[in-house]
Design a protein around this ligand. Sequence first.
Ligand code: AMP
Length: 309
Amino acid sequence: MSKLLIVGTVAFDAIETPFGKTDKILGGAATYIGLSASNYNVKSGIVSVVGGDFPEEYLTMLQNKGVSTEGVEVVKDGKTFFWSGKYHNDMNTRDTLATELNVLEHFNPVVPQDIKNTEIVMLGNLHPLVQNAVLEQLTEKPKLVVLDTMNFWMDIALSELKEVIKKVDVITINDEEARQLSGEYSLLVAAKKIQAMGPRYVVIKKGEHGAFLFHKEQAFFAPALPLEEVFDPTGAGDTFAGGFTGYLAKTEDVSFENMKNAVVHGSNLASFCVEKFGTERMQSLTESEINDRLSHFRELTQYEMNITK
Ligand code: AMP
């Protein structure tokens, strides 16, 4: 049985930060989620689509990390999803310069047989109709369905997005998106309103200011690890989601108490992602680096957490 089914874009990104600029490099929500979750050695697979312009070596790299790409359709005569963004000097905010859906526009996902029966589903960022189509193909109810989305889909497909939101257990979004989705400024009120839309758990990410986890009247907060150097925040949210779900899949415990650990594991992995451009840092990450930083995280927060993956 597959442990983790990942949905999301597999993409080309062009990124500009105060530290430099990249041409088209490997990106995409599912790419970051897969790379991040691969650190937990759980059986995982991506459902997505790319064009004929997508280098096979990128898919091989994911496979070598133990992430199945059997569910990644290759449209030979199509172009891969392309996103371009420019970060402001504070690195906490960015402008999207281009979103070219390309092959994503007419994508009908087909979930491979051996991952139809999965314990955890991570619906990463892409069209809510695709997220929904994946859920409809599952043969058994998963233990947990987690959704990540962004303002782009709230702007162009809000009603479809709300249909998916009704079906998920956890939503992970950033503070700005939580405010847009709920129409509330206070994150506490926003989290309550979002819970009323469907998800029993709401994770609100605040970039370098950490992440909240809300469930009924309970709340938990984990700071982000303060870093000396932040080169490129792209993919931090997806990396968080990959660490969050990878940890839950590994520990097979989806209680609120264990989700606190999952938030810390997600934040820990995201802290590596931002240290280099694109996926570079996540590709070279080692187990001992992850564990060292988790220990550092514990010292910083004085929170008695279980650091075994
Ligand atoms: P994050 O920085 O965590 O928000 O994720 C950035 C990644 O999301 C990039 O690698 C992009 O390719 C991808 N991305 C950007 N816009 C979208 C979108 N509208 N739908 C799906 N993925 C996107």
